[in-house]
Design a protein around this ligand. Structure first.
Ligand code: GLU
Length: 477
């Protein structure tokens, strides 16, 4: 039987790139070892959960093409199991009732070097009531040793752990217990998760071993792997407030899921070949948890964007057209991003877009950039004031060039090489280099100073529309 791994997100916010990385690594582990990938949504914190965030998890996994073998299970549906485990721990003498308030604990421990619970109720033998929490009796001596695939053996001395709360006065099990009970029930063999949960692990190991003793069921401890934290450029932990972390915002901007997957795999891991452009099959064949580093990994949006550009350039043009559809022609797409293109449905020309696509895909890093780049083909451009004034208005020779081009372009064949040769010659007559000669034409015809290759753009637009735009520019100059 292969390993059983789980991805266990809490639906307390938008699906985060850190969660995407954790789910990817779990998925890879399951797929590379003939195992099972379980999705369990840890929705026990009812105040912070939202339905849309649960849906967001399932949607993001589908978008990333990380298929789940079992689940989604909802942790909230398993509350009876959590309660039964707490009962077993209570009956086994691992827990004790505590009625201390936060204020009382703070007042008693204010002067102590080690903060945390002081064991006040440990030997009081209080009965359980709706006013008591249940705390786990952490052994005074010794240490809990965790074997972590990434970090090796780590010893957590018990002296640094307080008697932690397992069950709230309301009777609800807290997350560390609920989480491990579910892992036991679901036969999870490998717990692969973020480093932020490392301090919780010894508590869970203590409870796991206690349950082995008192519940009548011995279950082998899972193997752990705590993935390095993701940090921003300032080496600070990625934050939902400060950093662009929502997976859906990357989808909306037009990042390809395969590029994001490739990038996420590189966080804390390098392919043995050194080649960072790595497809899923190669990733499956070469990714090893043992090789993941334990230092924090810099989530570099620039690098991700660069990689996305590489993936876009690799698409074949027909595929590119399809992948760009939600941005370019949202009305004919089942899913669409929030921003609409700068032209209307009746102005859009699918055939023309397919013709220009090979030029476009070489020049964008996200699909969100595509509509702006092709808009001049579908709608009459209004040259932006600044571009018009500085390129055409400020230079009388620019108007001379436009007027000459208006004449010449009415006569010659309208294909890119002929247009190129003609503009080169018109420029030379003014003592200009090609680049200089292209500038006023580009502003007049496309409305902007930068964009797709000019002569191909002219050819795609066709003589009639180009001449009309030159006339409009000349009238304005
Ligand atoms: N639900 C926990 C969280 O999202 C993760 C639990 C785990 O992977 O063990 O932080």
């Amino acid at each position: 039987m292969g390993p059983r791994v789980r991805f266990a997100p809490s639906p307390t916010g938008y699906f985060h790139v850190g969660s995407a990385r954790t789910s990817l690594v779990n998925w890879l582990y399951a797929r590379a070892h003939g195992g099972t990938f379980v999705l369990r949504i840890e929705d026990t914190d009812v105040e912070r959960n939202r339905e849309e965030w649960k849906e967001g998890i399932v949607r993001a996994l589908a978008w990333l093409d990380l298929d789940v073998d079992e689940g989604p299970f909802l942790q909230s549906a398993l509350a009876d199991d959590h309660r039964a485990a707490a009962e077993a721990l209570w009956d086994g003498g691992y827990l004790y009732a505590c009625d201390c308030t936060r204020e009382e604990i703070d007042a008693r421990t204010a002067d102590r070097a080690t903060p945390g619970y002081d064991g006040h109720c440990r030997e009081r033998g209080l009965a359980r009531s709706e006013r008591t929490a249940l705390r786990f009796r952490v052994p005074d001596e010794g240490a809990t040793v965790i074997r972590d695939i990434i970090r090796g053996e780590i010893a957590f001395p018990h002296a640094s752990y307080e008697d932690f709360v397992v069950v709230k006065p309301s009777g609800a099990a807290l997350y560390p217990l609920a989480n491990l009970v579910d892992d036991r029930q679901m036969g999870i063999t490998h717990v692969i998760r973020g480093e932020d949960l490392l301090p919780t692990t010894p508590k869970q190991v203590l409870m796991w071993e206690a349950l082995n003793t008192c519940s009548g069921t011995v279950v082998a401890l899972p193997t752990y792997a705590h993935l390095p934290m993701l940090v921003n450029e300032q080496r600070k932990k990625l934050s939902k407030r400060r950093d662009p972390v929502a997976v859906e915002s990357y989808r909306d901007q037009g990042y390809l899921p395969e590029a994001l997957i490739n990038y996420l795999a590189l966080l804390g891991w390098s392919p043995p070949s050194g080649e960072e452009l790595i497809d899923r099959a190669t990733l499956l064949a070469t990714f090893r948890l043992e090789d993941v580093s334990h230092s924090p990994a810099f989530f570099d949006v620039k690098k991700l964007t660069h990689l996305n550009g590489v993936y876009l350039r690799q698409l074949d043009p027909a595929d590119f057209v399809e992948r760009a559809r939600p941005w370019v022609a949202p009305w004919s797409s089942a899913w669409r991003p929030e921003t609409a293109p700068p032209y209307r449905e009746d102005e859009f020309d699918e055939t023309l877009f397919a013709r220009v696509a090979p030029l476009v895909k070489e020049r964008v890093t996200t699909l969100g950039e595509v509509p702006g780049l092709v808009a001049f083909l579908f709608t009459e451009p209004v040259p932006d004031e600044a571009a018009f004034d500085s390129v055409i208005g400020a230079d009388p020779l620019a108007t001379v060039l436009l007027a000459a081009a208006r004449e010449r372009l009415a006569e010659i064949d309208f294909d890119a090489p002929t247009l190129h040769a003609a503009v080169l010659e018109l420029g030379e007559a003014l003592g200009w280099k090609l680049r200089q000669a292209q500038a006023p034409l580009r502003v007049a015809v496309t409305g902007t100073r930068v964009g797709l290759p000019l002569f191909e753009s002219l050819e795609l637009l066709g003589r009639e529309r180009v001449l009309a735009r030159l006339d409009a520019a000349l009238a304005r100059a």
